[in-house]
Write a protein that binds this ligand. Structure first.
Ligand SMILES: [Zn+2]
Length: 122
C-alpha cells in the first residue's frame, strides 16, 4: 500500500493508496480485502494515531471493519497491510463466555445465572 498526503480527499479513492489529510485529520483507503468499501479513519488521539517515519506511515490501533460486510481486520504498518484475525462466531462466543464468567464471579448469583452456567458447561 502506498500513502499519499493530500489536503482534500480526492473524489476517486484508488485501491492500495492510503490518502491522508493532516488538515482535516482524516485518512481514507479502500478496504484491502477487495470488497472495495471505503474506510475512513479519523486521525485523532482518541481514534487512530498516524506515525510517519519519513518514508512510510503506520496507523494504530488496528482497523476493524465490523460495520462493513467483509468484517476485515488489519493493521496498516509501514505502508503495508498486516492482516489480523477476523471476527468470527468464535469471537462472539468468547464475548458470551466473558459475560458468563462475569456472571459467575458476580456476588449476586441468581438461579438464572446458575442455569445459564450449567447450560454452557454441557
Ligand atoms: Zn473488505
Amino acid at each position: 500500500m502506498k500513502h499519499k498526503f493530500v489536503e482534500y480527499m480526492p473524489k476517486i479513492i484508488e485501491d492500495n493508496i492510503l490518502y491522508i489529510s493532516i488538515e482535516f485529520k482524516v485518512a481514507k483507503h479502500r478496504c484491502p480485502c477487495g470488497c472495495g468499501d471505503i474506510i475512513v479513519t479519523s486521525i485523532d488521539p482518541n481514534r487512530w494515531k498516524l506515525t510517519y517515519d519519513g518514508e512510510t506511515v503506520s496507523l494504530s490501533p488496528s482497523i476493524g471493519n465490523w460495520t462493513h460486510k467483509c468484517k476485515s481486520h488489519y493493521f496498516i504498518k509501514n505502508d503495508s497491510i498486516k492482516w489480523a484475525r477476523k471476527i468470527s462466531d468464535d469471537d462472539i462466543d468468547s464475548v458470551i463466555n466473558r459475560d458468563i464468567s462475569a456472571l459467575k464471579s458476580s456476588p449476586k448469583k441468581s438461579s438464572l445465572s446458575r442455569k445459564i452456567k450449567k447450560w454452557f458447561e454441557q
